[in-house]
Ligand binder design. Structure first.
Ligand SMILES: *[C@@H]1O[C@H](CO)[C@@H](O)[C@H](O)[C@H]1NC(C)=O
Ligand SMILES: *[C@@H]1O[C@H](CO)[C@@H](O)[C@H](O)[C@H]1NC(C)=O
Ligand SMILES: *[C@@H]1O[C@H](CO)[C@@H](O)[C@H](O)[C@H]1NC(C)=O
Ligand SMILES: *[C@@H]1O[C@H](CO)[C@@H](O)[C@H](O)[C@H]1NC(C)=O
Ligand SMILES: *[C@@H]1O[C@H](CO)[C@@H](O)[C@H](O)[C@H]1NC(C)=O
Ligand SMILES: *[C@@H]1O[C@H](CO)[C@@H](O)[C@H](O)[C@H]1NC(C)=O
Ligand SMILES: *[C@@H]1O[C@H](CO)[C@@H](O)[C@H](O)[C@H]1NC(C)=O
Ligand SMILES: *[C@@H]1O[C@H](CO)[C@@H](O)[C@H](O)[C@H]1NC(C)=O
Ligand SMILES: *[C@@H]1O[C@H](CO)[C@@H](O)[C@H](O)[C@H]1NC(C)=O
Ligand SMILES: *[C@@H]1O[C@H](CO)[C@@H](O)[C@H](O)[C@H]1NC(C)=O
Length: 368
């Protein structure tokens, strides 16, 4: 090399070094690259190109979302995102992995726990099987506020087939805000320890094979907004402690295995918008709880819930209510004339009860 080209070369190195200091590095931490290799192996993810930096946002590390014109394709998402300043170590760190609807054939990778800044895992709608790794429970580092907060392992279309139980270690992820395990084959009791997830807002466990009673520790989940446990094999009653979930918007307990009656304390949950309870087990009957203090109530579905007694006059007049379904209960008496109010409920289903008297001639969308 001539002196001038040596000088040029050195200058370039100095410029590179200064820009790294000034603007931060733009490459992944080598440990995380190794972890991603193990993760790809476990998931059966074949199209990650390790010659390209995983934090580059380039194919196949991040694929732009399909346009909204193709909604059916929009269940396919492929996306690794990083943050290059989160650790202050001049490396980029993976903060989210979204691999949705990709027909991945493998198992859930324990190695995700080696991504210390991971906040979001979404592996929904693949063909993954096996169990939820207990190692995920260690993805919690109280020194950083970027702990894992969202886990989506939804099984539907196509179909993840996760089995085994929820590892107790998951309850150590105290930053967890959403856990969605809908439509897998996860079994056993819900661990008592899940009551420690006091930040959790969304807990969706519908369409699995859960058994046992809901543990009383769940009373501590007062941040809950959305709780779904339909289509399972739980036992015991719908617990009174749901009264502690004062922020809840959406409650779905359809064909869960739980028995009635619906606790009257449900009346205290003023923020409810969607209540979907159906097909309660057991033989105990009770009157309809009060739903007159819920200013946001939109859907009230209490089908086959062993409700007896009379219809409340006010129900037909709730202006926010779109859907009222009280079918297949043991409700008796006549339909109050207030149900005719045009400003009230749009669709009413009352079939399969013991209602008597004349059908009101007024309502179009009523099914008695
Ligand atoms: C990638 O993931 C992040 C975090 O989940 C999300 O905010 C972003 O919109 C995603 N981008 C694409 C193209 O899917
Ligand atoms: C990356 O992390 C830094 C520091 O924790 C944070 O301030 C910043 O908002 C993050 N960047 C992105 C794009 O999330
Ligand atoms: C997962 O599925 C594969 C075939 O797709 C099968 O060979 C393997 O035994 C399954 N593992 C479990 C734990 O079900
Ligand atoms: C959960 O964390 C606590 C405190 O950090 C620790 O003592 C315990 O062993 C952890 N439990 C599991 C199951 O990882
Ligand atoms: C988690 O819950 C269990 C059982 O409910 C309890 O014994 C334990 O102390 C809790 N752990 C933490 C770290 O809060
Ligand atoms: C679900 O649980 C029931 C009863 O515990 C068991 O007989 C059945 O085999 C389980 N099904 C699956 C798919 O695990
Ligand atoms: C649930 O609410 C009841 C009544 O407000 C209260 O006595 C009880 O301590 C609460 N339980 C928990 C676990 O927060
Ligand atoms: C609840 O009722 C359904 C339908 O009758 C039945 O298949 C199921 O075994 C019952 N579950 C329990 C826990 O009793
Ligand atoms: C209900 O929702 C409102 C508005 O979103 C919120 O301010 C309030 O804290 C929530 N909880 C209760 C118990 O009203
Ligand atoms: C159902 O309603 C009828 C008529 O009111 C009543 O005779 C019967 O005892 C009720 N059955 C139950 C289980 O509440």
């Amino acid at each position: 090399m001539s002196t001038s080209s040596q000088f040029l070369f050195l200058s370039l190195i100095v410029i590179w070094f200064i820009s790294v200091l000034a603007f931060g590095a733009t490459t992944i931490h080598p440990d995380e690259k190794k972890a991603l290799e193990a993760i790809a192996e476990s998931l059966g993810k074949k199209d990650w190109n390790f010659d390209i930096d995983p934090c580059s946002n380039k194919p196949n590390w991040a694929t732009p979302k399909p346009t909204p014109l193709t909604p059916r394709l929009s269940i396919v998402e492929n996306n690794v995102t990083c943050n290059c300043s989160v650790a202050g170590d001049n490396f980029c760190h993976v903060v989210s992995i979204t691999l949705k609807g990709q027909n991945l054939p493998g198992t859930l990778p324990p190695e995700l726990s080696r991504l210390h800044y991971l906040q979001i895992i979404d592996l929904s709608r693949n063909y993954l099987n096996g169990t939820i790794p207990k190692e995920w429970g260690s993805m919690t580092n109280l020194l950083n506020m970027y702990d894992l907060s969202l886990i989506f392992l939804i099984g539907t279309l196509p179909s993840n087939r996760l089995t085994g139980s929820i590892p107790v270690e998951i309850a150590n992820i105290s930053t967890l805000i959403q856990l969605d395990l809908t439509a897998n084959q996860i079994s056993d009791n819900i661990p008592r320890e899940l009551g420690n997830l006091t930040q959790i807002r969304t807990l969706r466990l519908s369409s699995n094979n859960f058994t046992g009673e809901l543990p009383a520790t769940l009373a501590k989940l007062t941040a809950l907004l959305d709780f779904q446990i339909s289509d399972n094999h739980f036992s015991g009653k719908i617990p009174d402690f749901i009264q502690n979930w004062t922020n809840i918007n959406s409650l779905s307990i359809q064909g869960s295995g739980l028995s009635g009656p619906i606790p009257s304390e449900i009346s205290l949950l003023r923020n409810l918008t969607d209540v979907r309870i159906s097909d309660l087990n057991g033989s105990e009957y009770a009157p309809l709880p009060q739903f007159n203090n819920m200013p946001l109530l939109k859907n009230l579905i209490l089908r086959n819930c062993k409700i007896n007694g009379k219809l409340h006059d006010y129900l037909g007049t709730i202006t926010t209510l779109k859907h009222l379904d009280l079918s297949f209960n043991n409700i008796s008496g006549t339909i109050p004339s207030t149900y005719a109010e045009t400003s009230g409920v749009k669709f009413i289903f009352l079939t399969g009860n013991l209602l008597t008297g004349l059908l009101p001639p007024w309502k179009k969308n009523i099914d008695v």
